[in-house]
Design a protein. Structure first.
Lengths: 157, 479, 166, 138
């Protein structure tokens, strides 16, 4: 992981805030649409309730150019290593939103096939509840993440 | 080609896949050990607990450089000999095997296509699926019949109503339950509007794949109108759990006729825009004519149904052949075209949107009055108000929601025409409150299997449009 | 619209013709649908005859585990004839100790994925299948999850008394 | 005479300056953490097992060369376009001969078939159209 941030001091406080602010203004999500939540993620990206207001309307397919991974849908045992590989190939600073009940806790499918909670594979920053969470729910999750980043909580990434 | 699984561990020894075989412990063994362990949580910001990234190799399921003739024919899609299968002559160039893998913008979900490329042209294709396998058929056996629709509706997440309808029809046929006409009409209305919403999403994402970005914005704009009506009626935009064995969960909200009329007006206006935008556009025509062709014989052999089969000239629609839920009283026609390429699939699906809207209008005009679920209180819970008046209603309510209603033993196969083809439910009941076996025949499962037929010999750009025109929904494929 | 050759060879509806040619097949009607129970050896022959008799579209093939019934497993094949629209469901008993069945990919190439899925989830091997490997589960998976004696594999949930899921 | 070159020099400094500053700033501020997974080629999430093939079919190099030929042609046209009005007919004559030569190479290349990516799949469609797709052909 990135080197731990220096303790906040008067000299870099403003720079830290500026960096935190800059990082949230245009976070490009890596399109990791898996199941039903992916449909709601696309609906959030489309015209009606628009992600372009936060500078996030372009879903980068390749992890190299993505800052935020929205795990939208149920993660099966076969998909977990792929998810981990894509997460590893993303450049720091990177964040993860676990969208929906299936991604956060395995949801209603407590059986052999699903990874019960994607936080066993990647570190999750914001969990969005719902099955599937509506576009408003996802946008609320994104805003929560942005506020915490610009407040400097995740600056160490 | 792959050695049969040895009887004790049932583990198929992965044949050498071009990479040097790891000494005694193949990645598969480590993978199994690592996967079954429930790892502790990885708190954000801390050191990574374990390295699971290395085990994406699927051993025997992957494509090999040299394959036997039978497997090669399957991957080249030349199994069905009909009069216009163009033979793909083996090239002398050095080819490479590339992954259009699980995380890919154009595979409409987590479908992994292994393609052997000769420059830009595709020599053979092997679809690898299972990346969204949720064990739903196993979960179906653990839930009662009452809870079944919640599990089933998450399979084909673009047409949840069709899943629920197929499940409910199968259970009702086993029960021999009569459904009041109003419930049947509501079911037809909801499934046809669901077909419109699913085709709109398909048009949006396929347009996006072909480069028509505005198509994505338009498609979703109309779809939101339909989803608003679904949310108003069922309470949810998706995964509604609205069509249940015995009828529907709630009656239509008042003023629903105006909503359906408004939907029809916006969607028809939108449809005129799409056809103006796409159908005469020379670039679009060049990108879709003669791409992803599948012939009627291949549709029959591979079990490809729905708009794909109708675009190849097979005039077959389950709503006409095996009418269900009272759909035979509405007239609509079944669009078919001849050439079976991507352009024809656009024609067929746009026409199907018009026909579904036509059915919705007829349902709105002739909606019968009466109860929206069957009177048999063994299956459908009594109205809430009755609970504190009659002891019997309380007992029925209690029994239905605790152990669920019992379905007589037997097996039945019930199919509905989903936007992607024939969605069938094979339900075996052992007389208990939970299904003994629930097999779902997903239309996309057969359509994805026919991909080698459509993609072999075409360019990569054609693959994107052909794959988008098949409209595979991975929840339907992997279940 | 796929019309067949004009003269339909079987006099009566295709079922009687099939019944006459395969005396080992027992026909029954369950819930208004024609179901045929065929011994394992005649499966490929019967499917071929059904294809000639008009059931030209392959629809579905799946496995069922009846656990304590004598032929423990069952392979269910679903065929469809387009014109006149008719279905037929073929049931094949497969004993538990020798879970193998003949593969019908020779007659219908569409059965390839379905047979791999049935092998993957039930462990029923199909002889003659070109590439019988797992399809839905990771390749190094041990065990066949849809068998009745396989655990559902659920993770115990934190709150008390919740892990009664079998 | 020297002052004529001042705007170009200023422009050059600005360009190099902007590029340099953005390179240095991103190098200094952004976290730099090359893990082995990041250095692997990205294959849609699959861990690559074998090295990707380096040799590409000759068609790709052919297209590259054709591009270079016609691109240089445009570069030469720039010089003529800058002084278009002064050169008058003499200029048009010279450029005309030059362009005619290149059009001749374009026709030659087109006839030899270097431009079409012979796609067998499309022949299948022509057969479909040629065969009278009436009902009994299905």
């Amino acid at each position: 992981m990135a080197a731990p941030a220096a303790p906040p001091n008067i000299l870099t406080a403003v720079l830290g805030k500026a960096v935190g602010w800059a990082r949230t203004r245009s976070m490009w999500p890596a399109s990791f649409g898996l199941a039903c939540c992916a449909i709601e993620m696309m609906a959030t990206g489309a015209a009606h309730n628009d992600l372009a207001r936060f500078g996030m309307e372009v879903f980068r397919a390749s992890p190299r150019q993505a800052d935020l991974m929205i795990v939208a849908g149920r993660v099966s045992q076969k998909m977990a290593p792929v998810l981990r590989q894509v997460y590893d190939q993303m450049a720091e600073p990177k964040w993860v939103i676990s969208m929906g009940a299936c991604a956060s806790t395995g949801g209603m499918f407590n059986n052999y096939a699903l990874v019960q909670g994607v936080d066993q594979v990647v570190p999750v920053d914001v969990y969005v509840p719902g099955c599937p969470p509506g576009p408003q729910g996802l946008i609320h999750g994104i805003l929560t993440l942005q506020n915490r980043i610009s407040a400097g909580e995740y600056a160490i990434r | 080609m792959s050695k049969p699984p040895d009887s004790v561990t049932g583990d198929t020894e992965a044949p050498p896949t071009g990479a040097e075989q790891a000494p005694p412990e193949s990645p598969g063994d480590q993978g199994r050990a690592k996967r079954r362990v429930v790892h502790d949580l990885w708190l954000s910001g801390t050191e990574a607990p374990v390295d699971t990234g290395r085990f994406t190799d699927e051993g025997a399921q992957e494509m090999l450089l040299e394959e036997e003739a039978a497997v090669l024919a399957g991957q080249r899609g030349t199994l069905v000999v009909d009069d216009y299968a163009a033979g793909v002559e083996p090239s002398t160039e050095q080819t490479q095997i590339v992954n259009m893998g699980p995380q890919h913008p154009a595979t409409h979900g987590v479908l992994r296509l292994q393609v052997e490329l000769d420059g830009e042209t595709i020599r053979r294709v092997k679809p690898i699926i299972g990346y969204l396998h949720t064990g739903m058929e196993r979960t179906g056996e653990a839930l009662t019949f009452m809870q079944g629709p919640t599990n089933v509706t998450r399979m084909d997440y673009l047409s949840p109503f069709h899943n629920e309808l197929a499940f409910s029809l199968a259970v009702e046929r086993l029960l021999g339950l009569e459904i009041p006409p109003r419930a049947q009409a509501i079911r037809v209305l909801m499934t046809e509007l669901n077909r419109v919403a699913s085709h709109l999403l398909w048009a949006a994402t396929t347009g996006l794949d072909l480069g028509a970005l505005s198509m994505m914005i338009y498609g979703w704009r109309e779809r939101e109108a339909v989803l608003a009506f679904f949310e108003k009626t069922t309470g949810l935009r998706m995964n509604h759990n609205y069509i249940r064995p015995g009828g529907v969960a709630a009656d239509l909200p008042d003023g629903w006729e105006e909503d359906v009329a408004a939907i029809e007006e916006t969607v028809l206006a939108g449809l005129a825009d799409y056809e103006g935008l796409l159908m005469e556009n020379p670039i679009f025509i060049e990108r879709t004519h003669g791409v992803g062709v599948i012939t009627p014989e291949e549709c029959l052999a591979y079990g490809v149904t729905g708009p794909l089969a109708r675009a190849s000239g097979i005039d077959f629609d389950l709503r006409k052949a095996f009418p269900y839920s009272g759909i035979e009283q509405y007239e609509f026609d079944v669009p078919t075209t001849e050439h079976g390429d991507v352009y024809d699939r656009f024609i067929v699906r746009f026409e199907e949107i018009r026909q579904s809207l036509r059915i919705a209008r007829q349902v709105a005009e002739t909606m019968p009055l009466g109860d929206y679920r069957s009177e048999d209180r063994k299956v459908t819970p009594p109205p809430r108000a009755r609970l504190d008046q009659s002891m019997e209603a309380l007992i029925h309510h209690f029994k239905i929601f605790t152990e669920g209603f019992k379905v007589p033993a037997g097996e039945v196969y019930e199919a509905v025409e989903s936007p992607r083809g024939e969605l069938g439910m094979y339900l075996v009941s052992s007389g208990g409150a939970k299904p003994w076996r629930l097999h779902v025949r997903g239309p996309s499962f057969a359509n994805v299997q026919a991909l080698p037929v459509m993609l072999t010999g075409s360019l990569i750009a054609d693959t994107i449009s052909a794959l988008a025109s098949v409209d595979p929904v991975m929840g339907d494929v992997d279940r | 619209m796929t019309t067949e050759p004009t003269e339909i060879r079987s006099p009566g509806p295709p079922y009687d013709d099939l019944a006459s040619r395969f005396d080992s097949a027992e026909f029954e009607v369950s819930h208004g649908q024609v179901v045929v129970r065929v011994p394992r050896e005649d499966l490929v022959g019967f499917v071929d005859a059904a294809k000639d008799a008009g059931f030209r579209m392959f629809i579905d093939l799946c496995g069922v585990d009846y656990l304590d019934r004598d032929p423990r497993f069952e392979v269910v094949v679903n065929l469809l004839s387009l014109e006149p629209p008719r279905r037929i469901r073929i049931l094949v008993g497969v004993p538990g100790d020798d879970p193998t069945a003949p593969s019908i990919t020779g007659v219908f190439p569409g059965a390839d994925f379905y047979e791999r899925e049935t092998f993957d989830l039930f462990g029923i091997e199909f002889e003659g299948h070109p590439d019988l490997t797992r399809i839905l589960l990771p390749d190094d998976w041990v065990g066949f999850p849809l068998r009745k004696d396989a655990p559902i594999g659920s993770v115990p949930v934190q709150f008390k008394g919740s892990n009664k899921v079998s | 005479m020297l002052s004529a070159y001042l705007p170009i020099a200023l422009m050059f400094i600005l360009v190099v300056g902007f590029a340099g500053v953005s390179m240095v700033l991103s190098r200094a501020l952004a976290p730099h953490n090359p893990t082995p997974e990041k250095l692997d080629p990205y294959e849609c999430g699959i861990v690559p097992l074998q090295e990707p093939v380096q040799r590409f079919p000759v068609k790709f190099y052919l297209v590259a060369m054709l591009f270079v030929v016609f691109d240089i042609e445009i570069v030469f046209l720039f010089a003529w376009a800058a002084r278009f009005s002064d050169l008058g007919w003499y200029g048009i004559g010279a450029v005309g001969i030059f362009t005619l030569l290149l059009v001749e190479t374009l026709v030659y290349v087109w006839k030899r078939g270097a431009l079409d990516w012979n796609v067998p799949q499309r022949t299948r469609y022509r057969q479909v159209v040629a065969v009278d797709m009436s009902k009994e052909a299905a």
